[in-house]
Design a protein around this ligand. Structure first.
Ligand SMILES: Cc1cc2nc3c(=O)[nH]c(=O)nc-3n(C[C@H](O)[C@H](O)[C@H](O)COP(=O)(O)OP(=O)(O)OC[C@H]3O[C@@H](n4cnc5c(N)ncnc54)[C@H](O)[C@@H]3O)c2cc1C
Length: 324
């Protein structure tokens, strides 16, 4: 297989990978974005009816206007926006090509994908965290009735559904399924609904729980999942709850194995923060940059589009100095 030579390879075509591509394009660099799925694959896999907590201008890249019907855009509007930014700027993006290896050899990087081999002077990893769910690690988790992603409510009408977690995703799913005729039980490890739940959604979930239309077990964990029921450990002892589906929305994590294989080091604590220079976004591997939400390690709430879109300009400014 012939090796393709590039100045820059960007791994991941999420909002931040696209922002990096725009900056490379402006400088006429020989760059390619390699994306294993569809364009903005994480956003594509979000719940169909999700609304962003950010207003649309906070999701803009390079100040290209993002017009949405309401102040806070929905998934379809965001897909439309990032798609239009990509097509109207004719960005170089290879879709459905997975990067399996990225190794530094002397002054360059050798990148192996599912379709080709590349040699690049610099690499930007913007692979996010949405591909690997945090598992419950309980018996029965591999049954087909257990999901770690939520798309829409209709399949769960008239069904007993357990939702694990108390974050925005869990709360949105619980409310939506309840309103489409599902019987919802939330299993929550802490003693309350998550602090970061959207302020306009919070009263809704609290009231539904208080009136009993959505059941909630706080300080509780699923212990076992069966075909027709689940066992839940609660402060009052174990309870058995009738169950057709489990939706475990317990967060996601970056692909640490991939990053480690690329030579990236991490903080030794449970946060597992990758080693990078905050001024330049360059990792401990010279010439290898990190961009977007991947920078948070296990702290996946720390970075989002709003505050990480700036990474694209920081990185390309640093590369520009190295190239000149
Ligand atoms: C439900 C939900 C709501 C959110 N709401 C907001 C909000 O309102 N405001 C906000 O600012 N943020 C929000 N976020 C966070 C934000 O959407 C993400 O932070 C954003 O997608 C991060 O962009 P990114 O480009 O860093 O990563 P991603 O968008 O995750 O992009 C990473 C890309 O890399 C690709 N990839 C991964 N591995 C490989 C590989 N080996 N080879 C090739 N490609 C690969 C993936 O397929 C993916 O397309 C929300 C997140 C969720 C889950």
């Amino acid at each position: 297989m012939k090796k393709l030579n590039k100045d820059i390879i960007i791994i991941g075509a999420g909002p931040i990978g696209i922002a990096c591509a725009l900056e490379c394009k402006k400088r006429n660099w020989n760059y390619t974005v390699i994306e294993k799925g569809a364009l903005t694959n994480s956003l594509f896999n979000y719940p169909l009816n999700m609304t962003f907590f950010s207003t649309s201008e906070k999701l803009e890249i390079d100040a290209i206007p993002f017009i949405s019907n309401n102040a806070k855009p929905n998934r379809n509007e965001a897909l439309e926006y990032y798609r239009r930014v990509t097509t109207s700027n004719k960005l170089n993006i290879n879709l459905y090509e997975k990067v399996v290896q990225c190794i530094k050899n002397n002054d360059h990087f050798d990148i192996v994908t599912s379709k080709a081999k590349y040699r690049a002077k610099k690499v930007i990893i913007a692979t996010g965290f949405y591909d690997i769910p945090n598992l419950l690690n309980v018996s029965g988790e591999n049954l087909p009735k257990v999901f770690h992603y939520y798309k829409e409510a209709h399949p769960f009408a008239l069904q007993d559904v357990a939702i694990v977690g108390a974050s925005n995703s869990s709360v949105d799913a619980a409310l939506e399924i309840y309103r489409k005729g599902g019987s919802v039980t939330m299993i929550i490890r802490g003693d309350s609904i998550g602090e970061r739940v959207k302020y306009w959604v919070r009263p809704d979930i609290l009231n539904r729980i208080e009136e009993g239309s959505i059941k909630a077990h706080f300080n509780s964990e699923i212990k076992h999942i069966d075909q027709s029921e689940i066992k839940v450990q609660t402060p009052d002892g174990d309870v058995t709850v009738p169950n057709d589906y489990v939706i475990a929305l317990t967060g996601y994590r970056p692909n640490f194995k991939f990053l480690e294989a690329a030579g990236i080091k991490f903080s030794k604590d449970e946060k597992h923060i990758p080693d990078y220079n905050k001024e330049t976004m360059e990792s401990n591997v010279k010439g290898l940059y990190l961009a977007g939400v991947i920078c948070g390690g296990m702290e996946t709430h720390k970075w989002f589009i709003e505050n990480s879109r700036i990474h694209a300009k920081i990185i390309t400014k640093h590369i520009e100095a190295a190239f000149s």
